[in-house]
Design a binder for this molecule. Structure first.
Ligand code: MD3
Ligand code: FE
Length: 216
């Protein structure tokens, strides 16, 4: 039971603890939204969202692109980080200054000083898109935290344990919320339930998530 089960939608400014080193900063990205949206458009113009294929041969329901020095990719050969967009052979778009600032400030607010991400995966969910339970373990060093920014439609996030079979709790992530996790929570299983519900006033029928990582 947590305070939001009793009192409903959380207020911007709340910091919810999900684990010893995992937090949701409610509404932390709201002051950045006006700058983030045109920056996403700029990234998309060079490296459009696309549905990648997993090593098992399934096409992801989530569409993705990347910015920064390295981008997360998947194909029949496996999951990896690449300095080039495989669709156009070009470097990924440069990480916009406002992205890097948001990631650093959010990490600091959760107790991780000096976070400098080299990779930003941008996920786009449409109604029905989901992300099955997984660990983020394609990064070279697990000592840096991960910062995740949610925009648009509300998603139900699944927060599990260190084993796939550990019971996962559900957390609603709203437009503007930022999740930060590291330390002993860095390798916890997590996922996103199929997107459903009301369109967002600003973004319509989609949810966009940025996941900032130190990959190299
Ligand atoms: C893990 N994306 O791309 S991470 C991914 O909403 C991914 O698209 C999610 O998982 C998405 O690999 C955002 C969200 C998250 C938040 C808090 C966590 C993952 C966490 C706390 C501990 C462990
Ligand atoms: Fe993940």
């Amino acid at each position: 039971m947590n305070v939001n089960d009793l009192f409903g939608t959380p207020e911007p400014g709340e910091r919810e603890r999900m684990g010893p080193c995992a937090f949701v900063l409610r509404g932390f990205a709201l002051p950045y939204v006006d700058a983030l949206l045109p920056a996403i458009a700029g990234i998309e113009a060079r490296s459009p969202f696309r549905h990648m294929v997993t090593p098992g041969g399934f096409t992801m329901s989530v569409a993705l692109t990347n910015c920064g020095e390295l981008g997360w990719i998947t194909n029949r050969r496996g999951y990896s980080y690449s300095d080039l967009d495989p669709d156009n052979g070009q470097p990924w778009p440069v990480m916009p200054e406002v992205f890097a600032r948001l990631a650093r400030e959010a990490a600091l607010a959760a107790g991780f000083n000096g976070f400098v991400p080299d990779a930003c995966l941008v996920n786009r969910y449409e109604p029905g898109s989901r992300l099955s339970l997984h660990q983020d373990k394609n990064e070279r060093d697990f000592s840096a935290p991960i910062v995740s920014v949610s925009l648009g439609m509300t998603a139900t996030f699944l927060f599990g344990g260190n084993e796939r079979t550990d019971k996962a709790s559900k957390v609603a992530l709203y437009h503007g919320d930022v999740a930060v996790w590291g330390g002993e929570d860095r390798l916890r299983y997590h996922g996103v339930m199929p997107l459903k519900g009301a369109p967002h006033p600003l973004l319509g029928n989609q949810r966009i998530n940025f996941t900032f990582r130190k990959a190299a």
